[in-house]
Every structure is written in C-alpha cells, then in structure tokens.
Ligand binder design. Structure first.
Ligand code: ATP
Ligand code: MG
Length: 230
C-alpha cells in the first residue's frame, strides 16, 4: 500500500530524516517506535505532505505522491491522526467529523459505523470538541480521519496522555480495522506494551534513521523494549 524509499528531510540545516525506507501493507499494523525527538512525527508528517522531503520517494499503491499536497494525499486515501489530536475545540463533535469529509463531495454522510466504533461520540454529538476529555478527543480525531474511509491510516502517538480504559478501546479499534484487510495502518507509539500488542511489523528509529525492524511477534526477543526504554 505504502512504499517509502530513501527519504531525507531537513529542518533548515538540521538533517532530521536519514535515508528512511519502509513499507506498510494492507491488513497490517506497522508500528514505528523511538525515543523522544528521533524524528517520528517528522516522518509521519512527510508521508502526509505536511513537511517537504529533500530526496527519496513515497508511493501509495505504486503511484508517487511525494510531490502532492496534503489535500491531494488525503484524497488519494491517507487518513492522518496528528500527535496532540488537533481537533477543533470550538466545533461540535458532528462538525469535527464533517471536517474529515471536507474534501468529499458535498452531502457525503458521516458513516454510521464511526458511532459503532466509538459509541461515546454518538452520545456527545452536539458537544463541543474542547469540552470532551482527552481520551474522547482522541477517539474523535481517529473517527475524523476514518470518516472518508482511508486506505492508509497514520496515527501519531494515540495513547499519549490517555486513560487506560480508552487506550484499550482504541487498541481494539486499530486491530479490528487492520483485520478487515482493506486498510494499512502506520502507528507511531512510545507506549511499548501497546505497540507490541498491535504490531504486525515494527521499525525503530534513532536520530532520524531506522536502526531495527522486523515482525511484531519477534519484538521482545529482539530486545526492542530495551532499545526504546527511556
Ligand atoms: N518545525 C521544526 N523546525 C525545526 N526543528 C524541528 C521542527 N519540528 C521538529 N524539529 C526537530 O526535529 C527533531 C525530530 O522531531 P520530531 O517531532 O519528529 O520527533 P519525535 O520522534 O516525533 O519526538 P516525540 O517523541 O517527542 O514526539 C527534533 O530534534 C526536533 O527538535
Ligand atoms: Mg512526535
């Protein structure tokens, strides 16, 4: 679904991403791990087109997308859940979900399935985003990204600052979406146990480089827990 080849990215003179290559496959969760500041968010933003890459390529279903705008990448089927959620605090839950459909043709309904995945959003449909708890906001951010039915879902640290019961719910949804087989998922996570439970494939970054990769089931044996321990 997603093929990233040899990408390099700079913020001014700082070389942040160094020759990063990986793939994300339909039906699988690819987990991206790494300590603070190693370039995880920069990598995810470069997939979405929110930061430009200097060289390398990004392909979605075999088509190069690295020169496309974020808007066009969303239209091509990428859904993005940013770190810190970035929901619209002054808009209602319903309006936030509609924002996820903004580039679809007018009148595209909010898929009812989103409320099955996250029942709390139905109860809170007229509440303002800013009045939800952190966990509810995270569920809203995920639902907003799912609204246009992406083929690739990118999540940047969805468990950050969230209570355990909601982390469990979010984990169940991620697994279920992957198991349906029509979506590839890239999940950046610092919460090791959550990452390990969901990972079909994993990548570990350090200082902008991928320093380890493999199958999720081998993470423990390959010492990934120690690699990312703070
Ligand atoms: N807009 C920016 N301008 C300049 N430097 C930046 C910018 N955003 C991030 N950086 C730097 O790039 C590096 C990678 O940051 P990034 O946010 O990608 O890391 P991260 O792995 O997502 O960290 P965290 O785990 O804290 O979210 C850091 O050194 C950071 O200070
Ligand atoms: Mg980050």
């Amino acid at each position: 679904m997603l093929t990233v080849k040899n990408i390099h990215q700079y913020y001014g003179g700082s070389h942040i991403l160094r020759d990063v290559s990986f793939e994300a496959t339909l039906g699988k969760v690819t987990v991206l791990l790494g300590r603070n500041g190693v370039g995880k968010t920069t990598l995810l933003k470069s997939l979405m087109g929110l930061v430009p890459i200097k060289s390398g390529s990004i392909e979605l279903e075999g088509k190069p997308i690295h020169k496309a705008t974020p808007y066009d990448r969303a239209r091509a089927g990428i859904g993005f859940v940013p770190q810190g959620r970035e929901i619209f605090a002054r808009l209602t839950v319903e309006e936030n979900l509609r924002m996820g459909l903004a580039y679809k043709s007018g009148g595209t309904p909010i898929p009812a399935e989103l409320f099955e995945l996250f029942p709390v959003l139905k109860q809170m449909i007229n509440r303002r985003g800013g009045d939800l708890s952190g966990g509810q906001q995270q569920q809203l951010a995920i639902a907003r990204a799912l609204a246009p039915k992406p083929k690739l879902l990118i999540l940047d640290e969805p468990t950050e600052g969230i209570q355990p019961s909601i982390i469990k719910d979010i984990g169940r949804v991620i697994r279920m979406l992957a198991d349906r087989g029509d979506m590839a998922i890239v999940l950046c996570e610092q919460y090791y146990d959550f990452a390990q439970e969901l990972a079909d494939d994993y990548l570990v970054m350090e200082r902008g480089e991928v320093i380890a990769r493999g199958l999720g089931k081998d993470m423990e044996a390959q010492g990934v827990r120690q690699l990312v321990a703070i």
